[in-house]
Write a protein that binds this ligand. Structure first.
Ligand code: NAD
Length: 458
């Protein structure tokens, strides 16, 4: 459940005005949370359609708590939207949260960063009042000082009064609002303390009494910290998945128990140690590939990063292998995918495990039907009519030969073993996210194969 702390009294708040450029997951959440704390905020995106819908209070993405924040911000007048970057000019602090997707050669595509920098520079042409411009997109070391700042300055003119920060974002989709109000730490890269001041003071007002760990550092460190964090998280996931695959073949072993126990060691920590079908999403894979491409440019190999990516790619295929072991050929078999979004509480399908899994099953001749509480529409735009879509979990598993839990939505946790037993043609469940009790399913006559759980008791 999302808990949004009541903002401190308006009198204690800073008077800075804010612009946020890029109204995707990160930018929109940032803008809505700032508005919630009474900062006058304008959210800017070049996509006019998106801005039109945001003005009507449609958030366009599923993120717990976000819709209410946008609606309240619009109603109170603290939040507005614009498709004109010129509207950033009056703001004291301007955040830039545009996308940095992967290019074919795995490096990050900086075209959105460059175009935002050009537009913003022109908007701030010869500006006299001091402005703080904060890049928040994930970019490889050297980008802020080597690409972003020179582009803004080139278009703003050398006399423009601008200081720059790089402030990476660590929010996780599905809990982005919660993470924005309660981050583990804030990293600010800048050239000198004078440049940090505006942003640090904004955060001071934003968080009020809740003291935040703020780390002030160089641009390059701040950029590297973001990549190192994501690489480490992805590595933890791939590590536990390797152990899980070993546990599956080791009588008496359960990766869940192993993970819980090793996670109690403070040096290791329990988060991101959940065995499953691997990670998806717009960040971990993309950022690992970008880090690898960056290292390649320096003639440095990153074998841990390589291995993490390879393990993750292979992990979703364990579900296909288990299905084949139980059913023989999958040709003509009906396989139900429970969950399509890359994680629960989001409708984001970017690099979702479900997509590659569906493609692998289709290649084996299976008929695939999927259901997601919120992502069916987005899934359809990626997978089209190659798979069928069900309006409920029950409809999805009905008449199927195998059900695979791909995304651990709470709705699926609540499905009883007997529901599978009654609805399926062949009661086989592959629990790719460890949400079911194997004993209960066994008693109900459902074959449950859980990733990381020994498949024979020995
Ligand atoms: P996104 O692709 O959802 O949104 C980017 C938005 O920027 C789009 O709406 C696009 O129209 C807009 N845009 C592009 N160029 C523009 C321009 N010149 N002027 C105005 N608007 C422009 O991206 P996102 O998922 O919000 O991610 C943004 C950045 O934050 C990326 O670098 C990403 O790696 C990083 N990040 C993302 C997450 C996440 O969970 N999504 C978490 C942490 C960091």
């Amino acid at each position: 459940m999302i808990r949004v702390h009541e903002p401190p009294a308006a009198s204690t708040l800073g008077s800075q005005t804010i612009a946020v450029v890029g109204m995707g997951y990160v930018g929109l959440t940032t803008a809505a949370c700032l508005a919630r704390r009474h900062f006058k905020t304008v959210g800017i995106d070049k996509d006019k359609k998106r801005i039109g819908r945001l003005r009507n209070g449609e958030t366009l993405l599923h993120e717990p708590g976000l819709h209410a924040l946008v609606r309240d911000g619009l109603r109170s007048g603290s939040l507005r939207f614009s498709s004109t970057i010129q509207d950033a000019r009056p703001a004291d602090i301007i955040f830039v949260s545009v996308g940095t997707p992967s290019r074919r050669d795995e490096s990050i595509d900086l075209s959105q960063v460059r175009s935002a920098a050009r537009g913003l520079g022109a908007a701030l042409r010869n500006v006299e009042e001091k402005k703080t411009v904060v890049l928040r997109s994930t970019v490889v070391p050297g980008t802020t000082s080597g690409v972003f700042i020179p582009t803004v300055v080139e278009h703003a003119g050398k006399r423009a009064n601008i200081v720059f920060c790089y402030n990476p974002e660590f929010m996780a989709e599905g809990r982005a609002v919660q993470d924005t109000f309660h981050p583990d730490r804030i990293i600010i890269g800048a050239k000198n303390p004078e440049s940090w001041y505006g942003l640090a003071s904004l955060y001071h007002h934003f968080y009020g009494f809740e003291k935040q760990k703020m780390i002030m550092t160089t641009f390059a460190n701040a950029e590297m910290i973001k990549y190192a964090s994501n690489a480490f998280l992805a590595m933890k996931v791939s590590f536990i998945n390797q152990i899980a695959n070993l546990c599956s073949e080791t009588p008496g072993c359960d990766a869940q128990t192993v993970a819980e126990a090793i996670g109690l060691d403070k040096r290791i920590g329990g988060l991101f140690l959940r065995a499953g079908l691997g990670y998806g999403g717009s960040c971990l894979g993309k950022d690992m590939r970008a880090l690898r491409a960056y290292a390649k440019g320096k003639d440095i190999e990153l074998p841990l990063v390589d291995a993490t990516l390879v393990v993750n790619q292979a992990q979703r295929m364990v579900a296909v292998r288990y299905a084949e072991e139980q059913l023989g050929s999958l040709r003509g078999k009906r396989v139900a995918l429970l969950g399509l979004a890359f994680k629960p509480e989001t409708d984001d399908m970017r690099e979702a495990v479900s997509v590659r899994l569906a493609e692998a099953l289709l290649a084996k001749g299976a008929q695939v039907i999927g259901h997601d509480p919120v992502a069916n529409g987005n899934a359809r735009s990626l997978l089209g009519d190659r798979i069928a879509y069900a309006d409920s979990a029950e409809e999805c598993i009905s008449g199927s030969d195998c059900a695979i839990v791909v995304t651990e939505w709470d709705q699926f946790r609540r499905l009883a073993a007997r529901t599978f037993r009654r609805a399926m043609r062949h009661p086989l469940v592959i629990d790719g996210r460890r949400i079911y009790d194997p004993e209960k399913f066994g008693k109900a006559g459902v074959t449950l194969i859980a990733v990381g759980l020994a498949r024979s008791s020995g």
